[in-house]
Design a binder for this molecule. Structure first.
Ligand code: PLP
Length: 336
């Protein structure tokens, strides 16, 4: 498949609002000097555990300890300089917030971040990081949706740019740079397993794999305690589901049309894991790879452990998407 075909196909499915491989290449040129080229590493113990040849893409070692900063930097650098002064407003359960605050600091853009006040209480690791990065933090609403409504009001009142969690092509293009790196680091992959919240990471993986390595299968993973994206993908229409997962990065209550449209066309399969399987995978990352994964960051490994029939004997990349685990979360994982 050529790059042009990929772009047309992906753009076509996303109602003219799509992203193509050339957008990822442009993002790569823009942000490459600003991001960590994260390692893609193998660990004998993870191979023994899964029966697969596992490659961990370490986005837990990215700035802000999560991949989202790639999208945030690309989006902020794409805002014309004159408009940056009006600022951005974003809402998030955590890593998107940190990424926006980080990119705002880098570009000198005033940033307001709305996090749901809970319950459950926001992850203190993520709250502290947002404050340290100098963004103004607002705690509002119980859910991500309520925080989003509040953020939209703030943006409307101030004229700031509202940054959505999923329907943002510039975020997806920036995130795609992680997959560009991965496929250059690991040309022999059979599959890539990506944790899914809003779906930007999985879309980015699909776009880059379709252009560079169309034989590579891309799998999405969610927690069965928050299966909205999974269920939307299976139903081929947007559905809402309750959010019960402890993994903040996966805690979305609805599918999003922009990402689902691409995933419907390009995703190989969508797998579910339990929160307990995620905690066990966090423990495996700690003990076998000596690396810290937050719940969402361990979901892909949990799926490979759970599905030997799909992955055994294959060379599989698991995206360790983030490392912002709270102390309570790490204690729970080590007790699992
Ligand atoms: C946001 C996030 C995800 C989910 O990514 P989407 O692009 O929203 O699907 C997974 N893992 C971590 C650590 C995250 O911060």
């Amino acid at each position: 498949m050529t790059v042009e075909q990929t772009k047309d196909q992906v753009a076509g499915t996303a109602a003219g609002n799509g992203i193509g491989f050339d957008d990822v290449l442009a993002a790569h040129r823009r942000i490459e000097p600003l991001v960590v080229r994260t390692p893609a590493s193998s660990y004998g113990e993870l191979d023994a555990l899964t029966g697969a040849n596992v490659v961990v893409k370490h986005e837990n070692l990215q700035h802000t300890s999560a991949f989202k900063v790639r999208g945030a930097l690309n989006l902020h650098l794409s805002i014309p300089e004159g408009e940056r002064a009006r600022g951005v407003v974003a809402y998030s359960t955590g890593n998107h917030a940190q990424a926006q605050a980080y990119a705002a600091r880098h570009t000198g853009t005033p940033a307001t971040i709305v996090m749901p006040a809970g319950p459950p209480e926001p992850n203190p690791v993520k709250v502290r990081a947002v404050e340290r990065l100098g963004a103004s933090l607002v705690l509002a609403g119980e859910s991500l949706a309520e925080a989003g409504a509040h953020a939209a009001e703030l943006a409307a009142a101030s004229g700031a740019r509202l940054v959505e969690v999923a329907n943002e092509p510039a975020l997806v293009a920036g995130v795609g740079t992680a997959y560009l790196e991965l496929l250059r680091q690991e040309p022999g992959l059979d599959a890539i397993v990506v944790p899914v919240g809003g779906g930007s990471g999985a879309v980015a993986a699909c776009v880059v794999a379709a252009a560079l390595a169309p034989h590579v299968r891309v799998y999405g993973v969610q927690s069965d305690a928050a299966p909205a994206a999974h269920d939307s993908w299976r139903a081929r229409e947007i559905v809402r589901r309750p959010v019960g997962t402890r993994a903040e990065g996966l805690a979305t209550g609805t599918g999003f049309e922009f990402t689902q449209a691409v995933l419907r066309e390009h995703l190989t399969d969508f797998l579910l894991v339990s929160d307990d399987e995620i905690a066990a995978a966090q423990r495996h990352f700690l003990t076998a790879a000596h690396t810290v994964a937050e719940g969402a960051g361990a979901a892909a490994l949990a799926a490979v452990v759970r599905h030997p029939a799909i992955f055994a004997g294959q060379r599989v990349a698991v995206v360790c998407s983030g490392g912002n685990a709270s102390e309570a979360e790490l204690r729970r994982a080590l007790g699992a």
